[in-house]
Design a protein around this ligand. Structure first.
Ligand SMILES: Cc1cc2nc3c(=O)[nH]c(=O)nc-3n(C[C@H](O)[C@H](O)[C@H](O)COP(=O)(O)OP(=O)(O)OC[C@H]3O[C@@H](n4cnc5c(N)ncnc54)[C@H](O)[C@@H]3O)c2cc1C
Length: 360
């Protein structure tokens, strides 16, 4: 049973793991190391959509577990107020810019432009889709962790003994030219797209995406929208729009070739891409067109890998879940806690995310 666990990365996967470890009956001491600020990467800037049953075989049982854990955390800690947890209806809508549909379409939310939407499809109901405000979730879950120590510093190396057993984590502190080794029985690397910098054998994808938040005068109904907007220039835009309790969030397409800076806070924002998102969503809603942009942001998301790292003893990885890390983080934190404190994962089947698959 580990006495001391050190987690690298204060994104949603790292903080969820910290929460479940800190509440485990074996009571390990838990330290979280974060280089920028809690949820400074994709976890602070994602849409926050949760889906019960949209996932492939690899992550279906993890997603079901995680969806239930999101609901129970919200119930236990007043998440409806603290991090905007709520159930949603999720729709797919289609339209052509500047062209009215030939017939009336039923089921269009009243905050979209009249006579513009040509097709509406149901993707999820309030039983199968929900949302959180991801940054507020992360900050609250850190507060609800038991005796969690948070260290603001950059983890530069996972330090091993000669027999490959983990010794601890080497940390650099910003501004002070000092490094320190924080000793640990178990280290969890949850550094999102930066994971490969600490664990070169674990590949993670790095795709940048832009998003904006908008404040509007008029409240809008809880409908998440996946859009297909045929623009006048012939191209197709597919922004996703998530109304929240206090703002509206919209994100655009991914931009695969963005460089990964050392710190999450330094991910470059291309304001032109953000303005384009605003322009595209204005095609479907006048309320959005006259809303005020309150944040323009870019984030880089990782690919999935959860379990013990091959070739190292007592080093685990939990490197996010591509576009589903917000949804799947509580389940990931719980399953890693089972693996670390009980020796095996019992609440879901995530064999296909085993990092060992990269070295077999
Ligand atoms: C535009 C966009 C929209 C999205 N929408 C959704 C959605 O609606 N629903 C959903 O489920 N998912 C969504 N996602 C995916 C989700 O955001 C990610 O899967 C998730 O945030 C990954 O979390 P993470 O904790 O693994 O990584 P990150 O959020 O990247 O966190 C990693 C953390 O580690 C820290 N770190 C890195 N290296 C070090 C180091 N060496 N030392 C110390 N700290 C370090 C970073 O500063 C960062 O805080 C979206 C992603 C994008 C890009």
């Amino acid at each position: 049973m580990p006495q001391k666990v050190v987690i690298i990365g204060g994104g949603i996967v790292g903080v969820s793991t910290a929460y479940y470890l800190s509440h485990h009956e074996s009571n390990p001491s838990v330290t979280l190391i974060e280089a920028s600020s809690i949820a400074s990467g994709a976890s602070g800037k994602a849409g926050g959509l949760l889906a019960l049953d949209w996932h492939g075989n690899d992550t279906a049982s993890l997603a079901r577990l995680s969806y239930q854990l999101h609901a129970s955390l919200a119930e236990q800690f007043n998440g409806r107020e603290r991090w905007g947890y709520r159930e949603l209806t999720t729709l797919e809508i289609s339209c052509t810019e500047g062209k009215a549909p030939s017939r009336h379409v039923a089921g269009v939310p009243d905050w979209l432009r009249e006579g513009v939407i040509s097709k509406v499809g149901n993707l999820g109901t309030t039983q199968s889709t929900a949302q959180v405000h991801p940054r507020r979730f992360c900050e609250a879950i850190v507060k609800e962790s038991k005796n969690l120590e948070v260290i603001m510093g950059h983890a530069s190396k996972v330090v091993l003994y000669d027999d490959k057993k983990v010794k601890g984590v080497e940390v650099e502190f910003d501004g002070i030219r000092e490094t320190k080794i924080i000793e640990a029985d178990v280290v969890v690397v949850a550094a999102g797209p930066w994971t490969s910098r600490l664990l070169p054998n674990i590949p993670v994808s790095t795709q940048r995406a832009h998003s904006i938040t908008i404040s509007t005068q008029t409240p809008v109904s809880p409908h998440a929208l996946f859009t297909n907007i045929k623009l006048k220039n012939g191209s197709l835009a597919t922004p996703e729009i998530y109304p929240r309790t206090d703002e509206i969030y919209a994100c655009g397409d991914v931009d695969k070739h963005a460089p990964l800076p050392k710190f999450a806070r330094d991910v470059k924002v291309d304001e032109g891409r953000c303005r384009q998102i605003m322009k595209n969503i204005s095609v479907v809603s006048e309320i959005l067109e006259y809303g005020e942009i309150t944040a323009m942001q870019a984030e880089i998301g990782p690919g999935p890998s959860v379990g013990w790292v091959p070739g190292m003893r007592n080093v685990a990885v939990a490197a996010g879940h591509s576009c589903w890390g917000i949804c799947n983080a509580p389940g990931t934190g719980k399953l890693l806690t089972e693996l670390i404190c009980e020796g095996r994962i019992s609440s879901a089947n995530i064999q296909s995310l085993d990092p060992g698959r990269y070295t077999r």
